[in-house]
Design a protein around this ligand. Structure first.
Ligand SMILES: Cc1cc2nc3c(=O)[nH]c(=O)nc-3n(C[C@H](O)[C@H](O)[C@H](O)COP(=O)(O)OP(=O)(O)OC[C@H]3O[C@@H](n4cnc5c(N)ncnc54)[C@H](O)[C@@H]3O)c2cc1C
Length: 326
């Protein structure tokens, strides 16, 4: 007897199809994190024609070691949760462009979404879920040496710096968490803190204080990262005296927070003081037919479960718009 896999909304097959330029979709979702993938499932289950444009599947989940606060899983790795989200989306015949960046939007009754490669897709509604990215220092050497000793995610890259001298920029929660991970394996960790004190939670500062291979340089800032092929040293400036000194280091982790990926909608949608897209309680933005959800939006608290919930809400709002607007 021949058995067939159960395809469709409850199966495991990949039914994804390419997004087409000559089709007017009901909804196009931009992003591939928890907000986007949840929105995709909701749109497909509502039966509207749906496209998804994303640079990757997973978003920040790919930088997250373990997740212990997403309901249904008391413990799951970020990568595993991302692949579960992806599998759930792929059970539907959704139209996808993966690995490309959405570049600009032309508003109108039909929204035009232009990608960086020049292709243009059309939809009656858009859901923006472009999330957040690591904030850069913007100093000489940073861009050139990224991936060559300049890193942003200790969870991902700390093991590469075992036995090395490392600088961590930032004394907030992410900086101290990274410093703790690194202090376990690196020869020495120097924290460069802009302010006169660490701003991380006390429990983290206490845990960090237990290490003896660490230094904190308060009221300092990084002014340059030096190295030929890889990071060799970091130039830091004392903000009180202006004195510049050179630290011997083979790695630098920049842990100064995340910024919203708003380039796609800057000048088009209303943003708040943090550069997040202003949304109302139904994920509506300042333009009719354009919705936003997750970390790129002004919704308070940036968490997976919140991004997923907002993605669901944005999808239902977009579907309602499609139904009501002729
Ligand atoms: C290190 C770390 C650990 C975390 N740990 C937890 C945790 O334990 N629990 C928890 O609840 N939350 C945690 N978070 C927060 C959580 O990951 C985020 O709140 C969540 O991922 C936000 O989802 P999102 O879909 O809004 O955006 P993101 O996850 O940022 O996804 C954005 C997506 O949009 C895509 N994109 C961006 N711009 C474009 C463009 N122009 N064109 C096409 N695609 C684009 C990106 O490639 C990405 O796929 C953590 C975050 C980090 C960084």
């Amino acid at each position: 007897m021949e058995f067939k896999l159960n395809i469709g909304p409850h199966g495991t097959d990949d039914r994804v199809v390419p997004l087409k330029e000559d089709v007017l979709y009901d909804v196009i979702i931009i992003g591939g994190g928890p907000a986007a993938l949840t929105a995709a499932v909701y749109c497909m289950r509502k039966g509207v024609s749906t496209g998804l444009v994303t640079m990757d599947f997973g978003g920040q989940l790919s930088d997250t070691s373990t997740v212990e606060n997403y309901m249904g899983y008391s413990y799951i790795t970020g990568v595993d949760l991302a692949s579960k989200f992806r599998e759930q989306v792929q059970q539907f015949e959704i139209a996808v462009v993966e690995g490309k960046k959405a570049d600009s939007i032309e508003d109108g009754r039909e929204k035009k979404l232009r990608l960086e490669d020049g292709s243009v897709f059309s939809a009656r509604t858009l859901i923006i879920t472009t999330g957040k990215s690591w904030r850069r220092l913007g100093v000489p050497g940073e861009a050139e040496l990224t991936g060559k000793g300049v890193a942003y995610c200790a969870i991902c890259d700390a093991p590469l710096f075992a036995g090395k001298r490392v600088v961590v920029v930032g004394g907030g929660n992410s900086g101290i968490e990274s410093a703790i991970d690194l202090a376990k394996i690196a020869e020495h960790v120097t924290i460069i803190q802009f302010l006169a004190e660490l701003t991380a939670d006390k429990i983290l500062v206490d845990a960090f204080s237990a290490f003896t291979n660490t230094t904190v340089m308060y009221e300092h800032e990084v002014v340059e990262i030096k190295g030929e092929l890889r990071v060799e040293s970091v130039m830091v400036k004392n903000r009180a005296t202006g004195a510049v000194s050179e630290l011997d280091a083979q790695g630098i982790f920049i842990e100064i927070g995340l910024i919203p990926n708003n380039a796609l909608v800057k000048g088009l949608l209303e943003l708040n003081e943090f550069g997040e897209i202003n949304v109302d309680c139904a994920c509506r933005t300042s333009l009719p037919g354009i919705f936003a959800a997750g970390d790129v939006s002004s919704v308070p608290f940036k968490q997976i479960i919140i991004a997923a919930g907002e993605g669901a809400k944005a999808a239902l709002s977009a579907c309602e718009y499609v139904l009501r607007e002729p």
